[in-house]
Design a protein around this ligand. Structure first.
Ligand SMILES: Cc1cc2nc3c(=O)[nH]c(=O)nc-3n(C[C@H](O)[C@H](O)[C@H](O)COP(=O)(O)O)c2cc1C
Length: 371
């Protein structure tokens, strides 16, 4: 074993730090207490998020309380609810109201709202405040036609003055810290995110998450993080800037952290069926090595708990139906799994699905993981 390898094993510190550490006994004290060296704490108002927070992205029909419970246990530093329609909340629509459910163990948690009418959004902010989340997030990124074409979500990227005005009004109407999640622009000709982020900061938002695509791109192509980096390096920006889009591995999180200088990353699709991704990234950042992957048994156990929590929270019919999208992801990359997967995704019988998951758990050692 080489000298450096030995030191790596001893304390997992970066190579350049070893000589200092060896010859300076108070080094740990300096590195943790001195403001010049101590890792920066990312904060949204007084919410401390660590030096490089990992955020669970808001995802409709995915980032509900059952899924959030699993992500929280596995290291998510800040989570957001699914987006909630402003008009739905004002009308007291059951589906919208249910999305307001948040739990103490989830903190810090943000509730995300969307809408196109400034007055309704202000009213919605007041409703949200009464449920006492840590953060109110505004969705200016949803590309779906029925949302964007009505001027909500990413639709507002076609009317920046309205976006700024709506944000200012919402900030004024609530005591909660307001954050924004948005995209680079409406299309390739309107990627004004650097200016937009600054204007939103000026009217009082306290963090911004940017998905590196335009509305026109929907989810196609690769997310472009270069403009997110430009927002972050704008000397006028004081608030945390979180990057979003295509983070699907510890390596990518570390690479993008270094390359684009963001304050943290927000993870969406790669967490579906893989809530372990948050701790995997943290472990990789801390040690440079990979955390052991969840076993088939771990996956079956998680899927079972997820199912039980979903049924408890949404009722049997919806709970069973909405779990379907998760199974394919939980059991990705397992050889000869097609038949079992089909059973999971086609059955609507709760007990049958339970039995299938239980059987995967009990026979976990017989499955071969190929990726
Ligand atoms: C199923 C699904 C639902 C989504 N719902 C929302 C939502 O409610 N609010 C929102 O701001 N973005 C939503 N998004 C977008 C994600 O938050 C995220 O910006 C996008 O998936 C890109 O990140 P990723 O590459 O890590 O998945 C959704 C995405 C997916 C796949």
């Amino acid at each position: 074993m080489s000298y450096w390898n030995l030191l790596d094993k001893l304390d997992g510190l970066d190579k350049l730090e070893h000589p200092i550490r060896l010859f300076c006994p108070i080094y740990p004290l300096i590195i943790t207490k001195c403001p010049i060296f101590a890792p920066r704490m990312v904060k949204i108002r007084d919410i401390e998020l660590g030096d490089f927070p990992l955020l669970l992205a808001p995802m409709e029909d995915v980032s509900d309380p059952p899924f959030r419970a699993l992500c929280k246990e596995n290291g998510a530093d800040l989570m957001y609810t699914e987006f909630i329609s402003s008009e739905g909340l004002i009308r007291d629509a059951a589906k919208s109201v249910q999305k307001l459910d948040i739990y103490e163990y989830e903190r810090p948690i943000g509730i995300q709202i969307f809408g196109s009418e400034i007055d309704s959004m202000k009213q919605t902010a007041e409703i949200v405040e009464r449920t006492n989340p840590d953060i109110l997030d505004i969705n200016y990124g949803c590309p779906v036609k029925k949302v964007a074409c009505k001027g909500a979500g990413a639709g507002i990227l076609q009317d920046i003055p309205k976006m700024v005005k709506m944000t200012a009004e919402i900030v004024k109407s609530t005591k909660l810290p307001v954050t924004v999640k948005t995209r680079l622009g409406w299309d390739d000709n309107t990627k004004h995110i650097v200016e937009v982020a600054e204007r939103l900061q000026d009217v009082g938002i306290e963090a911004i998450s940017i998905h590196g695509r335009t509305r026109k791109q929907m989810y196609k192509g690769e997310a472009d993080w270069s403009l997110i980096a430009d927002v972050r390096s704008n000397p006028r920006m004081r608030i945390p800037v979180f990057g979003n889009g295509d983070i699907d591995s510890p390596e990518k999180a570390v690479e993008y952290k270094a390359k684009y200088g963001v304050d943290g990353v927000m993870i969406g699709r790669a967490s579906i069926g893989n809530p372990w991704i948050f701790n995997e990234i943290k472990h990789y950042i801390e040690t440079g090595t990979h955390k052991a992957k969840p076993t088939v048994e771990d996956k079956a156990k998680a899927a079972l708990r997820h199912l039980e929590m979903s049924v408890k929270w949404k009722g049997e019919t919806l709970g069973v139906a909405e779990m379907k999208r998760h199974y394919t992801n939980y059991f990705k990359g397992i050889a000869h799994f097609k038949e079992t997967r089909m059973k999971l995704v086609t059955s609507f019988d709760l007990n049958e699905i339970r039995e299938t998951l239980q059987s995967i758990k009990e026979n976990a050692d017989n499955y071969e993981v190929v990726i």
